[in-house]
Design a protein around this ligand. Structure first.
Ligand code: KG4
Ligand code: ZN
Length: 360
């Protein structure tokens, strides 16, 4: 047996591990040191917002290059803050998908380098599974089973978390993800990147009942979402007003759009939890840092007698601590990746559960 596998088995037997985690799936270079999947010893996030701002969105090639520049210093800072070195960590976890392929490859290559040099267990983590695990870092009492609404820039999922590493996907978006819809609506409203947070700020001064948007596909008796119609409705409202030379209260439009997204997400997530018999509902993903969604879902969940959990704001958006948490439970489940681990732009949830994941 190879030394990394032996170490993984020993950690599993002990039920404890200090994990260095790396996340580079999009526009944040992040590293963290996490103990036993629940305790953050350090978490460092370098945001590339300033690099992409002038282009109005993430430029993949610029993202990859910036990850290459920052990964070393960010990992070094995370280790130093945790009082650890490459020789005193137990394992390395890394996001290997889904995300921007060039960006993912930077983190995966770096993690593989550490794992090979130090003969440490390498753990591959699915980005969305990472988001779900952010809840464990905030709420020590939370344990499966529960239902989780994951709303990020690339995904809108309703996931039944049946156990650690054991998921059932109940619903997903048929087109745009919730965060993507926020970003596209923000762009139409003339707001700078990053769209979601800026739209939330504009919406604060608007009337959320000024515009009524039909729920369309979302009204159906299923758990899937569709947000592209809502985005088109925002664009049509703006274009119609422009053609007629009428002013549009952009803050009202932003607030009404945000209310519509929050209502769709909340209603479906709560209905899914009730129908499927989960008394606990959790929220995760970058859009979970939106106060209207956090509070709207909390209120609805509590009205329906569901316990509600949500990570702290900084753990909602991309970070490596959540990858360290997910990596711990993966390690405890006996999932250790081999050094031919690859990165995948598209990666279905649960794929990393295979003990020795192979490349293409
Ligand atoms: O999870 P995340 O950081 O990255 C992905 O995995 O995609 O999510 C980023 C998404 C972006 O679409 C961003 O606009 C959205 O989350 N977002 C927000 C807010 N903060 C981030 N959307 C609405 N309101 C916010 N406050
Ligand atoms: Zn994310």
């Amino acid at each position: 047996m190879n030394p990394a596998q032996e170490r993984a088995d020993a950690l599993r037997a002990k039920g404890s591990a200090v994990i260095l985690a790396i996340e580079t799936s999009c526009d944040e270079t992040a590293a963290a040191v996490v103990k036993d999947g629940r305790e953050i010893l350090s978490s460092v996030v370098f945001s590339q917002i300033d690099l992409h701002k002038k282009y109005g969105g993430v430029v993949p090639e610029i993202a990859s290059r910036s990850h290459v520049e920052k990964i070393g210093p960010v990992v070094a800072e995370a280790l130093a803050k945790a009082g650890k070195t490459f020789s005193t960590i137990d394992a390395v976890a890394v996001t290997n998908g889904p995300g921007l392929i060039g960006a993912l490859l930077v983190g995966v290559s770096y993690a593989k380098g550490i794992a090979m040099a130090k003969e440490l267990p390498l753990i591959s983590v699915h980005h969305i599974e990472g988001h779900i695990h952010a809840n464990y870092l905030t709420h020590s009492e939370l344990a499966p089973p529960f239902l989780c609404l994951v709303a990020s820039g690339g995904h809108s999922h309703i996931v039944a978390v049946e156990g650690y590493g054991n998921y059932r996907l109940l619903g997903r978006t048929r087109d745009d993800a919730a965060g993507e819809a926020f970003d596209k609506a923000a762009r139409a409203l003339g707001l700078p990147y990053p769209g979601g947070p800026n739209l939330e700020i504009l919406a604060q001064s608007g009337n959320e009942r000024a515009f009524e948007f039909p729920s369309g596909f979302n009204a159906g008796n299923h758990y899937d979402f569709s947000f592209s119609g809502l985005k088109t409705a925002v664009l049509n409202t703006l274009h119609n007003a422009q053609q007629k030379g009428l002013p549009v209260q952009k803050a009202d439009l932003a607030a009404s759009f945000q209310r519509a997204v929050v209502d769709i997400l909340s209603e479906k997530a709560v209905r899914a939890a009730k129908n499927e018999g989960y008394p606990i509902l959790a929220l995760a993903g970058g859009v979970a840092s939106n106060a209207t969604l956090r509070e709207g879902l909390r209120t609805l969940a509590q009205k329906e007698k569901l316990r509600f959990f949500c990570p702290t704001m900084e753990l909602c958006t991309d970070n490596a601590a959540m990858i360290g948490a997910a990596g711990f439970y993966s390690l405890m489940n006996g999932c250790v990746a081999s050094l031919d681990l690859n990165a995948y732009a598209n990666l279905p949830m649960g794929t990393n559960a295979a003990p020795h994941q192979k490349g293409d």
